[in-house]
Design a protein around this ligand. Sequence first.
Ligand code: ADP
Ligand code: GLC
Length: 493
Amino acid sequence: MKRKIKTLFVASEVVPYAKTGGLADVSGALPKALAKLGADIKVVMPRYYSIDKNTLEHIPMALGVDMGAMGELWAGVYRTHLPDSDVEIYFIDHEAFYGRSGLYHESSAYEDNDKRFVFLSKAALQLSRALNFKPDIVHANDWHTAALPILLKTALREDDFFQETSSVLTLHNLQHQGVFGKALMDILGIDWKYFTPMELEAMDNVNLLKGGIAFCDALTTVSKKYAKEIQTPEFGFGLDGHLRAHAHKLYGILNGIDYTEWNPAVDRYIAANYDVDTLLKKKACKRDLQERFGLPLREDVPLIGFVGRFVTQKGIELIAAVMEGLLEMDIQVVMLGNGEFWAENFFSHVAEKHPQKFGCYIGYSNALAHQIEAGSDLFLMPSLFEPCGLNQIYSLRYGTLPIVRATGGLDDTIVNYNHETGEGNGFRFDYAAPDALYHTVKWAVETYYREKDDFLRMQKRAMRAHFGWLDSGNEYLDIYKALYYHKKIQRYQ
Ligand code: ADP
Ligand code: GLC
């Protein structure tokens, strides 16, 4: 196909401008890969208060955004390029919505999150008109931008400008669905006939993600296993039936990794750079990590790291339940994260009680996340559900063997250690129970102490694995192209 597919990619967070989790990593990397593969792509996100206007180019246009019952609101526009690329990223500026310290919440979720993100979706569509950039594909991510496929199939169904446009919605996390009071229908500005259980309605509220799933032309999620899991009651968060009804357009595409950022050979945050041939230098990173957490500087002890949000999804209750038992072993544990208050207190308390074995940093630190990946021997990720998970894939490249619950992307990327053959790249368990986690960590620790050759071979195997964005990008592009041709055929029938 000679013509470049025109894509408008909209997300609520994009690395390096704003990040709370993996969505930002994906939104920063996937558009660059798609551009390399030949897409003509523009990215759109909010201009949060934390993003310095002076680092961006001001575009002298004011977008009038029709917010239905709220009337017309105005948005300013800024622009730059994603680092090391030609991909343009546009920032929607609106002080009243984005001039705050958080992305989604401070002590609690912002009460007007529905308006803040419907505004983002509507402004992105207005922007594409203002730039005369007629998208073949509008690519939305999670509930924040799920209004895009909804609007395209309802209010804008007859709109000339978007006649050639198809939509893709990527589900990064089904737990958060964007459920709001039904007054949102009048801000979306769409006909109430769409307020049905098959489309936007859920228990007399508007469920944006549900609507997005109903109206998008293709639905993707970030691993093959999660694509199956979300069609079951255990993982569907109430939308499993709805997802089964739309399974014909659901695809699982595993996330890639940005190896310019997450690669011990070039990582600028770590004490020593190393690769699979110079793995011995990883010791310097371990020592550095022990120093940072004030732990005894021991080379021979297995050091287990954790990086992630302190929320139920990440299995923090399981970790808390087994921590005292684990610390009876000859190990060291370091944790980086923030989130639920009880967990922050709990792990801080464990650190005070066991300063020789356990360290924790409550907060957000990108540098420390890199240092934990590099300095640990094992990486703990016992998630209850995990759409893809990036940290375990980073860990592989750093030769830090993941201990995971076999779910979602963890199941798709981590191969269990086989004591007979020495195969594998990590340690897995199935049941989300403290005992299962405890015994799996114990097994990993014993392997570290007793099966040194196997452990080393697994580290090297892990480091050689490649989860590049170009492979995933190609799968997205295939979907884009299929939708593009489908639209063409439809138009001339
Ligand atoms: P999720 O998006 O569900 O949080 P992922 O594994 O996909 O999980 O991505 C999490 C990303 O956020 C990773 O890049 C990880 O390093 C980063 N991260 C999470 N918590 C922290 C933290 N406290 N400090 C620094 N980075 C963090
Ligand atoms: C979500 C998921 C995580 C995934 C990330 C990027 O936050 O929780 O598993 O890796 O999105 O797709």
